[in-house]
Structures are given as C-alpha cells and as structure tokens.
Design a protein. Structure first.
Length: 418
C-alpha cells in the first residue's frame, strides 16, 4: 500500500513539472500571428499603385474648367491639350463621359490622361521623359498622344425572336440588347419596312458579337449574319468586306442589299427652282412660303413619275395643304419620298412599289404656277436636299471574290439554320 502511494505521488510530480515546462515553452515561442503583431515592421507591405482620378463631364463643362477644378495647373493642362489636338481636340469632349487622370504612385504628379472618344477608340496622352537637366538629377518631360482601339473581349451570340406585336417587343421578350436589334433593322432597311411589313409570327435570328471590358458587358458589336422571315418570305443578310470600297451586307448570292435610289423621279428632268431656304413667291395664288425644301421638276403634263426606290405607299390622294394630288412612299426606317401636284395617281394606299415603278404623272394641281413635279426626300423625319444626299453605291461582289465570300458566310449560314 505504501509502495502504491509512493508511485502515485511520483507520477503527480512528473505531471506538474511537465505542465510548467510546456507553459514556459509557449511563452518563449509565440505563435506566428503573435510574432507579426509584436513585429509589425516584418509584416508584408502592400505595394503602392498609381492613383486614378475620374472626372465626370457634366453639362456646360469644358476641358479647361474640369482640369482647373481638379487642381491641374493651367500650364500643364495646356501642354496636355496641345499634345492631344493633332489627334483629338479636347474641346469636343462629350457630356456623360469621363476624363481619367493617372497620378504617379510616388509623386502624385499626373502621368497620363485617358478619354474614350467613341465606342471604338480611346485617347491616351502620356508623359514621356526626354533628357536629364544639366547639373541636376531631374528629368525633362514631354507629352505624347495616341489613339488606341478599346481592347474589348469579343463573344459571339446567336439571338432569335418571334413577332407578336413588334420586333422591338420581341427583342425585350427575348432579353436581346435593343441596340443590337436597331443594328439588325439597319441591316435589313433596304429590304424590310419595319413600320409596315412586319406580321404576327414573323421570325428573326442573327449572329453578332458582344463586347466585354474587364469582364463586364458593354455593348453589342458587329452583326455578321441575320435572317428575317416576313409572311413566309425569307430574307438573309451577311456582313462582308470585299475591299475598302465595298463593305456591307449582301444576300446569299453576293448581291448588295444596300440599293441606291434613282437620282430623279422623272426620266427627262428640268430643275426649275433648285433647293432653297428663302421665301418663294407663288404668283398665281399670291402666297409666300418660308422655305422650299424640295426639287421642282418642270415637265409636260402627263410625264411619267417613277418611285425612286422600293417601298410602301403610305398616302395617295388629294392633299389640302397645297400639294394637290399627292403620293408619299415609305422606303425604310430612314427615308420617305413625297410626290406632289400630280395630274394622275396610279397607285393606292398600302401598295408595294419597286424602284422605277410608274406611280403617277406630272401635273399642276394644288398651289402650282405651272406643270411640274414637286419632289421631297425625308430622312429621319427631316427634309433634305436629294441632290446632295450621298447614297450607298450598292456594288455586287466581284466574281473573283465570290469564292472567298461563300467560304466566309458558310459558318454563318450553319448557325442561322440551327
């Protein structure tokens, strides 16, 4: 019994001694976190980076005023402006965009200005060291400007929709960027009248690129191919760059879909008044008009009048505002043409007309001093001078380039057919 007690006592002493030895070792060997806390100078130091200052361009603000408000000395802002001017005049900065100033991490001095000019290019004006100043360690600096393409990440997307009320609503229902749908409509605007042509259950699908920057979706890019089925009739367009002079959309046979208007609505023309903005005196009716935004073609009564392009007749009849017998043809989402003072009308509301179709005859009805055709071209809702309007050339692809065209569109056709 005495031996058992002695053994237990001996083991207890060993345990107590071990405990105190362990505590002492902990005190003499702190953890890594405790070491870092006790020695902050030994912790990893985060590397300093340049400071980026973003200046929002607000209404009525100017480059000079924005730079001054940001504390940039006048002399420095002038140097940056002068360097940029041969490439881009910073007077033209746009509301809603930003000017970015990059400040040096060590001195906080401005070392670069960046400004996105449009969706494609960005202006960089950078400080460049030139040479050391004599008897000094300081450097001379100059400013250099350049345009750089915005480095988008491009991803292909196939989008599709079915018309129930409009293509716009179909795009919303299919979560398609409306900007992409607008570009698709532009690609078809020489073939489809999206104000008049769409029907319920029409379908569309197209292949285009989406643009991303720093992992964030920015905007749609180029449309490569599109298909629109209108009342059972299929229209296809394919983007192709034949050469610098012929870039655009073509059908599956290589014919440009960008058709030209006829230069004149009568075969034998005589321009009697030209295009003016001044008052025009109508002697027969003793009436002035503030402008004459049209071309008058003097011709004998009965001379055939042709539609200058494909479209849909949106008005055909008598006009009480001085135009007399009047026809209005809606060509696409951009252009409408109007024909007035006619002696005869050969078309009716809703009729589809093709380029060169005879739609009426020259007359002298309404407020007219003599036989002539009053011809107007309307672009995006505003009357323009048709004599000065530059129209797409509409060149077909040359035979020697068609194999390249067919090879390039094959992949787009396969994607549209899926």
């Amino acid at each position: 019994m005495k031996n058992l007690f002695s053994t237990i006592f001996f083991l207890a002493l060993i345990g107590i001694a071990g405990y105190f030895l362990y505590e002492k070792s902990i005190d003499n060997n702190p953890s890594k976190s405790e070491q870092n806390a006790a020695n902050p100078a030994e912790q990893p130091i985060k590397e300093a980076t340049d400071r980026i200052e973003k200046i929002e361009i607000t209404k009525d603000s100017t480059y000079g005023a924005l730079m001054a408000t940001s504390g940039v000395p006048y002399e420095l802002s002038t140097k940056i402006y002068d360097a940029a001017k041969p490439i881009y005049d910073l007077v033209k900065i746009r509301v809603g965009r930003t000017i970015e100033l990059q400040h040096d991490k060590d001195t906080d001095e401005i070392k670069e200005l960046r400004y996105k000019i449009d969706t494609e290019d960005e202006l960089f004006v950078s400080r460049v060291a030139t040479s050391s100043v004599a008897s000094s360690s300081e450097l001379n600096y100059s400013w250099q400007a350049e345009l750089r393409p915005i480095p988008y990440e491009l991803k292909l997307r196939i989008a599709a929709g079915t018309i129930e009320t409009s293509m716009y609503q179909a795009a919303l229902d299919s979560e398609i960027d409306i900007r992409a749908i607008i570009e698709l409509a532009n690609a078809f605007q020489w073939e489809i009248d999206f104000a008049m042509d769409p029907r319920v259950n029409d379908t569309f699908n197209f292949v285009y690129e989406e643009r991303y920057l720093n992992g964030e979706y920015i905007m749609p890019g180029q449309i490569f191919a599109g298909r629109y089925v209108n009342a059972g009739e299929q229209f296809d367009v394919y983007y192709f760059e034949e050469n610098e002079d012929n870039i655009g959309f073509f059908d599956a046979d290589g014919n440009s879909v960008q058709k030209m208007f006829l230069k004149a609505p009568v075969a034998f023309k005589y321009i009697s008044s030209g295009y003016t903005r001044g008052p025009r005196y109508l002697a027969a009716f003793q009436l002035f008009t503030s402008s004459h935004m049209a071309i008058d073609y003097a011709a004998a009564i009965g001379t055939p009048v042709r539609s200058v392009g494909n479209g849909t007749v949106i008005y055909a009849g008598w006009n009480n505002k001085g135009y007399g017998n009047y026809i209005s043809v809606h060509h696409n989402g951009t252009y409408t043409t109007n024909y007035a003072h006619l002696s005869k009308i050969y078309v009716s509301y809703g009729k589809k007309v093709s380029q060169s179709d005879i739609i009426g005859a020259v007359g002298s009805t309404g407020f007219s001093t003599g036989p002539h055709l009053h011809y107007e071209m309307v672009k995006n809702g505003a009357k323009i001078n048709p004599l000065l309007e530059v129209l797409p050339p509409g060149k077909p692809i040359k035979d020697e380039n068609k194999d390249r065209f067919f090879a390039e569109i094959k992949k787009w056709q396969e994607m549209l057919d899926k």
